[in-house]
Design a protein around this ligand. Structure first.
Ligand code: OAD
Length: 261
């Protein structure tokens, strides 16, 4: 992949660089995306049956066990070269903000810190009624079988504080994002000089609006994705390819230009 020379200069001279990541950055770790045809989770399951508060009220056992299955999948996976390159990018630039829509925690596993997790984290649970946070031991209560939507499922555990049902600490369709995280993400988008949109379909708002905020605030936009998205027409650099290939190449060019290569 040819990385444009002026992009290297732009990133190295920027005071603040932001990256927004989506499911595509974890695809090479073996975690299915949502919208890729055939393999995406929403091609296999109905979002409204599994990822809404109404779905949980209707069938808490089904929703809890689907998320337990996804949590098990995530706990077994490791960061890929794309996650590692994003951590390395944060070490190269003056100031770096990482915003992710992913709930898998793989950026943190790769060493990234202060990650703004816009859609929560599947490893944590909260209770449905009062959002009491549950710190669980890694791997606690996981299933060792594949998820089957037709079978009978165990009900979710109860919150030790108030007795209401536990649910994953993720954002469901129809739920508002954590205002603190959204403000931090918006502030980063509006103050950066370079905004990377990596492995996201740019279809889900408000996350997808962040690149537009950045563009309107004068940032240059870089997209890393093997496929075009609704964002592509307004980006300054479209790096077509997999995150695990494009990002290490970008980082090695930056390191070389910085005299670290
Ligand atoms: P999507 O599944 O919508 O999009 C994944 C994107 O990753 C697509 O644009 C792919 O082309 C791209 N992609 C696939 N493989 C890639 C690779 N190896 N490297 C780079 N890109 C690759 O996932 P998101 O945009 O993250 O929300 O979805 C946004 C939100 O919709 C999710 O956070 C989730 C979902 O409903 C909630 O659960 C609230």
């Amino acid at each position: 992949m040819q990385i444009p020379v002026d992009l290297i200069d732009l990133v190295l001279s920027a005071d603040h660089v932001v990256a927004l990541t989506g499911a595509g950055v974890s695809a090479e770790s073996g975690i299915p995306t949502f919208r890729d045809a055939m393999t995406g989770l929403w091609a296999m399951y109905q979002a409204e049956e599994l990822a809404t508060p109404e779905a949980f009220r209707r069938n808490p056992s089904l929703v809890w066990n689907w998320y337990q299955w996804r949590k098990q999948l995530v706990l077994e996976k490791s960061p890929n070269a794309g996650h590692v390159a994003i951590k390395e990018l944060s070490d190269i630039v003056s100031r770096f903000s990482l915003i992710t829509q992913n709930v898998d925690g793989l950026h943190q596993k790769a060493g990234s810190r202060n990650v703004i997790e816009l859609h929560g984290n599947i490893r944590r649970s909260i209770c449905f009624d009062n959002r009491h946070l549950q710190e669980e031991a890694e791997g606690a209560g996981l299933m060792d079988v594949d998820f089957d939507i037709e079978s009978n499922h165990e009900p979710p555990p109860e919150c030790p504080q108030c007795g209401s049902m536990l649910r994953p600490d993720v954002i469901w369709f129809g739920e508002a994002l954590n205002p603190g995280y959204l403000n931090a993400a918006s502030e980063a988008a509006m103050t950066c000089e370079v905004f990377f949109s990596i492995g996201t379909s740019s279809l889900v708002h408000p996350a997808a609006s962040l690149a537009e905020f950045a563009k309107h605030s004068g940032a240059r936009i870089v997209e890393v994705n093997p496929n075009p998205t609704p964002l592509t027409p307004i980006v300054d650099y479209a790096l077509h390819g997999a995150g695990g290939e494009v990002l290490p190449e970008l980082v090695s060019r930056l390191q070389a230009a910085n005299g670290q290569g």
